[in-house]
Design a binder for this molecule. Sequence first.
Ligand code: SF4
Length: 155
Amino acid sequence: MVPVAFSGLSDSFFNQLGGRDRPEFYPGHRLRPDDVALLTRLVPPLRTELHRVGTVLVGGTSYFERIADMVAGRSLPIADCRVAETFLFIDEAGRIAPCSFIPDHFDISIDDLHDPGDLDALPRQLRMHQRAHPAGDCADCPSTQQFEKFEPLAA
Ligand code: SF4
């Protein structure tokens, strides 16, 4: 997990590398509890350092907590996914979902969007579908979009 920032950027964020979506790499590259402890120690001073050059290192408390839960193997079922209210994933085939893990689950594509009203209705449409028919992945949501990934740390 490597935070990267460049001069002139207003915001920067960080990801886990070797995530569950790459099973061929996950066992060897996944984070360990010691990595999470190190991250927890390093991020606050790094956040302060970046702030001095005008860059906000985003990632709220729940983002850290979710990383720790993932590493510890604690699952997080989502019964009411609201990710699509702020984020949409569209794959190379034009399929639309709240995340990259289940692009075919919702059976909605960009071909189904005909006017701005269709786009406005999309978050609720995806939310209702997920509530009624959650995908298997929703039993332990792997999406970091759920967890304040792009939020600044609360003061
Ligand atoms: S896997 Fe997570 S982000 Fe994707 S639809 Fe399910 S709850 Fe939402």
